[in-house]
Design a protein around this ligand. Structure first.
Ligand SMILES: C[S@@+](CC[C@H](N)C(=O)[O-])C[C@H]1O[C@@H](n2cnc3c(N)ncnc32)[C@H](O)[C@@H]1O
Length: 207
């Protein structure tokens, strides 16, 4: 068996054992990630119809489909360089957050309005070198915070995927200075063996 087919085999057997992967397949969800956002929403009541939301790291589209369902009549801007499966109501921007063209597309979609919520499930391509991967992950968390500082209205919320490790404490301390309350949570659907957690920051101060 080649190295590649061994890792595909491991991935397949992990998917088959994973109750959320099985549930996603049986419900026809785009990805198991859907359940992470659903659990965060059920715990923190993040989403209401009519809200304006920017979603960073949207592909393949598990969160996008959930957001579209929950935001009826609102505005969803979903951004990722990879293709996103969306139901039709989202404004899809195929580009990296941080690029000038992506900024221009977000500004155009928003017009004079500001956002109620920024969500980021962005993750870097994993190199396998722990320090490099952590630095890349923290860079993406910084980009998500940058998006909130630029586009969020006072009182708005921010949800960001983080990977426990170097830089997280300083990032949380920065965010705590800008929001009323910051929670660090691991939804049940997040794989127990992963360092992934989510920061849920409520009540943007405006600065
Ligand atoms: C874990 S996946 C997101 C899964 C998605 N939430 C879902 O429910 O299907 C992480 C995504 O982050 C994206 N990403 C990484 N860097 C990005 C950037 N600078 N701007 C936008 N998306 C980025 C990757 O392309 C990848 O699709």
């Amino acid at each position: 068996m080649t190295r590649r087919s061994k890792s595909s085999h491991r991935w397949l057997s992990r998917q088959q054992r994973d109750p959320y992967a099985r549930q996603a397949a049986s419900e026809g969800q785009v990805s198991r990630a859907h359940f992470k956002l659903k659990q965060l929403d059920e715990r923190f009541r993040l989403l209401r119809p009519g809200m304006r939301v920017l979603e960073l790291g949207a592909a393949p589209g598990g969160w996008t489909v959930y957001l579209e369902e929950r935001l009826r009549g609102g505005l969803l801007i979903a951004c990722d360089p990879r293709p996103i499966s969306a139901g039709g109501s989202a404004v899809v921007i195929e580009g990296e957050y941080g690029d000038a063209a992506t900024d221009a597309a977000i500004a155009e979609a928003l017009g004079e309005t500001r956002l109620d919520l920024v969500v980021s499930d962005m993750a870097p391509n994993i190199s396998g070198v722990r320090a490099t991967d952590q630095a890349r992950a923290m860079y993406l968390a910084d980009l998500a915070l940058d998006a909130a500082l630029r586009w969020l209205q006072p009182g708005g919320d921010l949800v960001v995927k983080l990977f426990q490790g170097e830089g997280v404490d300083a990032w949380i301390a920065d965010v705590r200075g800008r929001f009323d309350k910051v929670h660090l949570v691991k939804p049940k659907a997040s794989r127990p063996d992963s360092r992934e957690v989510y920061a849920v920051a409520r009540g943007f101060s405006g600065a």
